[in-house]
Design a protein around this ligand. Structure first.
Ligand SMILES: NCc1[nH]cc(CCC(=O)O)c1CC(=O)O
Length: 312
């Protein structure tokens, strides 16, 4: 048992806090002594991503917008573990830190909210979809080139009030976050991966620690979900092989059936007109090489300036 409290570092958004609380609850379930008052402390940090409210994340650019301050807190000892949406975690971690544990993944699909009900295919011609995510924008335009996509940021409530006010006709959000916040009641459709392939690691929560901190690693070991680890390993190996920026729409989803891994991946132009795909089936044990291989296949098809030419 550690002498100081185990400090869980988190962002302050409602979703981040829900994920930090889930982590604490799972730690206590695995180690009942951690239920003692003061044994676990949740420490909130503001990240660059939280400060950027007026621009889209793609415009802000740079990787690690949601992770850097939490990583600094790990290095300084202001936190012993940092809870992240793995979707926001760059593939290259700083030396001395590692993702020790992945919690069981939530449903990775995207949820759709349309004022007129239904899914993407049901929207009237020329409807306006609000999303700040380039992956979602590209796939919306792929399926429905007649639609207009405009940037829409903010938390779930903000977005839904803009939908109600008629600023947009529809919007999309990760189903995982909505489930974790209990905000699924206004969803009008859940988009299948064939229509809207999720972001790499969407719905997965990762816990980052100092690589030298064996005590915290041991505490977290029983929380790890092996299936999630295999799926996220394949998806992140693909992302790594593509070495994309967050200005490039990249989507990938690995599913596991026993030991059989199925990986689908897609890179698009932001207007949804140019699409590169790769698909792999293989064994769970080969997750990393399957992902890297699928990434290399897409990379080989891309025009040399494809990433650099992505509009801001
Ligand atoms: N980029 C923000 C972000 N990071 C993780 C989630 C949702 C939860 C998840 O994917 O685990 C969201 C919001 C969204 O995309 O709707």
């Amino acid at each position: 048992m550690t002498t100081h409290p185990l400090r869980i570092g988190t962002r302050g958004s409602p979703l981040a806090l829900a994920q930090a609380h889930e982590t604490r609850d799972r730690l206590i379930a695995a180690h009942p002594q951690l239920a003692a008052p003061g044994a676990i402390e949740i420490v909130v940090f503001k990240t660059t991503g939280d400060r950027i409210l007026d621009r889209t994340l793609a415009e802000a650019g740079g990787k690690g917008l949601f992770t850097k301050e939490l990583e600094e807190a790990l290095f300084d000892g202001r936190a012993d573990l940092a809870v992240h949406s793995m979707k926001d975690v760059p593939t290259q971690l700083p030396d001395g830190l590692e993702i020790a544990t992945l919690l069981p993944r939530e449903d990775p699909r995207d949820a759709f909210f349309a004022r007129s009900g239904g899914g993407l295919a049901d929207l009237p011609a020329g409807a306006v979809v609000g999303t700040a995510g380039l992956r979602r924008q590209a796939q919306v335009l792929e399926l429905r080139p007649d639609l207009t996509v405009i940037p829409l940021r903010g938390n779930v409530q903000t977005r839904l009030s803009k939908l109600d006010a008629g600023e947009v006709d529809a919007t999309l959000l990760a189903l995982a976050g909505l489930r974790r916040l209990g905000l699924t009641d206004r969803i009008t459709a859940v988009l299948e991966p064939e229509t809207m392939l999720p972001a790499v690691a969407q719905g997965a929560i990762g816990i980052e620690i100092r690589s030298a901190d064996d005590a915290t690693r041991a505490l977290l070991a029983p929380l790890n979900c092996a299936e999630t680890m295999v799926r996220v390993t394949a998806e992140r190996a693909l992302l790594s092989a593509l070495d994309g920026s967050c200005r490039t729409p990249i989507a990938a989803l690995a599913m596991l059936d026993g030991e059989d891994l199925h990986l689908r991946a897609k890179v698009l132009s932001t207007d949804g007109r140019i699409i590169f795909r790769a698909e792999r089936r293989g064994k769970a044990a080969d997750a990393e090489s399957l992902g890297a291989d699928a990434g290399a296949e897409i990379r080989a098809q891309l025009p040399p300036d494809f990433f650099a030419a992505a509009p801001h």
